[in-house]
Design a protein around this ligand. Sequence first.
Ligand SMILES: [Zn+2]
Length: 297
Amino acid sequence: MSDTSGGVASAVHPTPRSWLVRASNPSPMTLDGTNTWVLVEPGERVAVVVDPGPDDAGHRSAVLAAIASARASEVALVLLTHGHPDHADGAPAFADAVAAPVRAAAPSFCSAAAQPLVDGEHLRVGGLRIDVVATPGHTADSVCLVVPADAALLTGDTVLGRGSTVVAYPDGRLGDYLHSLRRLRALTEERRLRVVLPGHGPVVDDPAALLEQYAVHRETRLTQVRAAAVDARTIDDVLHAVYGDVEPSLQFAARWSLLAQLEYLRESGADAPVLGLLGPPAQPLDVPDHDGPRFDA
Ligand SMILES: [Zn+2]
């Protein structure tokens, strides 16, 4: 990428059009914290902010400072990759502060007069082009964003800079997620994408390898769940067999991922007694205020 020093891309300015501001909300569920992305076309004064992050005055100030260092004087648009609180809670206050609309795939996260993001939409803001790609799976409302001029893919929580992401069942569905991974792999090849700007964790310079790693991990987990399901009498039996080493505070997220996988196996016609214990599809669960896992979901 162009902003290099001794050939090493800058962590905070990894591509010509992107600046990273990491929120101070590290946790087992958010890795080092939520990544807020500031996008500005070189030579232009207009910024787009992706995922303002938590509702935190200090983070808001840091994002405004990054906008200034990108030499932008206004924010024209705030985008959300999805509605999880560690990405979206700060959006209303940030959008108010900069007088910009918020757009997301889910209408409930959009500002009053703003339209929801649509798959295949090409946004043009201050000379910058951003393409919207619907990638449901982590959540139903997840989108990725392509900045073609930087060959960059902003992935939100669909793909993280390290580790694996949770399929937040029942809002997130594994069949959708696997389809989204395949779609991103095809898109990476087709559009010759060279860098992933994720919602958590570090920038990744080899999108194809990262997506392959994610696909292999999902296949490995499915194989483990399928094997454990054969003799299991309860869903907890499968949970202990596959996710027994996950710490207690993260078991709720392990359970989401497990239910997503069991539901996927049931939909795929797999036959195991434990699949009969699943509730009806898409039964709502209580969703704790957490996001982006720190274990191999
Ligand atoms: Zn999320």
